[in-house]
Design a protein around this ligand. Structure first.
Ligand code: P6P
Length: 345
């Protein structure tokens, strides 16, 4: 306890006391992840002063142009988490293949997936970006021969999920399945301090987030839901709605955790034409954020199924994402069910 405030390290250790035969492995792993996020926060906060802005001139496995900070953040995560013996392997948005822990280090019982700098297209325009991570148990056979297959577990198997948000203040939000808690980086002592205990998403909202430039491609259920929001008091919902779009999932999810809302990156006709199932990645965006949202009393769906129950078939698999305030997510899912039934009739 620093000055009467709980540090993230103390919080994690106290939480682990409730876990049968906790060995401290997990606590130590989370501490290494926290350290990586502090390093990334420092680099993001210094930006142009330390020459980390701009494009790297390379593409990632997703075919997206990489920013310098995408690569730097990825390296920070690898270096911070590879040496301590808690992990068997890591997987990242920025790496085509799984990263087995090098032979010079001991291997451990966990797997780590991460998006090292989510929303990085915002980094050059000084808009909030973040890091998303998810911890899974490593299946027995995977520890000696780590492979993508060991990672392909449904989101319900996650041991922990969290994000760091590099915004006006740097925050870390995480869950280990026992609620959601938020911590703010106290730059004076270099520690995350508990500032948002037991975060909870209101079941109702009048604020939606979607990239409206894709409107002409949306499926009918999404079009219906957004049209009703836009119709406001004169429409079917008899309420005015507000809209947000930051193009940084971490910032959107944090707003929803703080005041409610619904975030949608749905399947659309353009994606179908390219035979892809969505924009956002299941293993290191949708699943960790779904774990956090559900633990905070919200819902997370593709529109047609609960995201956390999807059996992954690929490390970089994409899925549609509709998450946030429970009653609104269920309304969008209801429209999908009704309109799919009509289309099938
Ligand atoms: P668009 C960032 O690249 C990201 O993966 C999410 O953080 C964000 O919500 C979404 O893509 C933004 O997509 O199409 O608006 O650039």
């Amino acid at each position: 306890m620093q000055n009467g405030r709980t540090t993230i390290t103390q919080f994690i250790i106290e939480e682990q006391r409730h876990i049968k035969d906790a060995t401290g492995d997990f606590t130590s792993l989370l501490n290494d992840i926290v350290t990586a996020c502090k390093v990334i926060s420092d680099l993001v906060n210094h930006g142009a002063l330390v020459g980390v802005l701009g494009a790297a001139g390379t593409e990632n496995v997703q075919g997206e142009d990489q920013k310098k900070m995408d690569i730097i953040s990825n390296d920070v995560f690898l270096r911070s988490n590879e040496w301590a013996g808690h992990l068997a392997a890591m997987a990242s948005e920025e790496m085509d293949e799984v990263y087995p822990i090098p032979a010079k280090y001991p291997r451990g019982k966990y797997l780590l997936t991460f998006d090292p700098l989510d929303g990085s297209s915002n980094i050059d325009v000084n808009v909030s970006v973040g890091t998303i991570f998810s911890i899974l148990r490593c299946p027995g056979e995977c520890k000696d021969k780590p492979s993508a297959d060991g990672f392909l577990q449904p989101g319900t198997e996650q041991v922990c999920a969290g994000y760091a948000l590099y915004g006006p203040s740097t925050m870390m939000v995480l869950t280990t399945g026992n609620g959601v808690n938020g911590f703010t980086l106290d730059q004076n002592i270099g520690e995350f301090v508990l500032t948002h205990p037991d975060m909870n998403i209101p079941e109702d909202t009048r604020e939606f987030a979607i990239n409206a430039s894709n409107m002409r491609h949306w499926e009918a259920p999404v079009k219906r839901y957004v049209d009703e929001c836009l119709a406001g008091k004169d429409g079917a919902r008899s309420e005015d709605f507000n809209m947000r779009w930051i193009a940084s999932m971490v910032a959107e999810v944090h707003r929803i955790l703080t005041r409610g809302g619904i975030f949608m990156y749905p399947l659309d006709e353009k994606m179908k034409a390219k035979d892809t199932a969505g924009k956002l990645r299941l293993m290191y965006e949708a699943n960790p954020m779904s774990f956090i949202v559900e633990q905070a009393g919200g819902s997370s769906s593709t529109g047609r199924e609960r995201i956390m129950e999807i059996k992954p078939d690929g490390l970089h698999q994409r899925v549609p994402v509709i998450l946030g305030s429970k009653n609104e997510v269920e309304q969008v899912a209801r429209y999908h069910k009704e309109m799919d039934a009509d289309a099938a009739a």
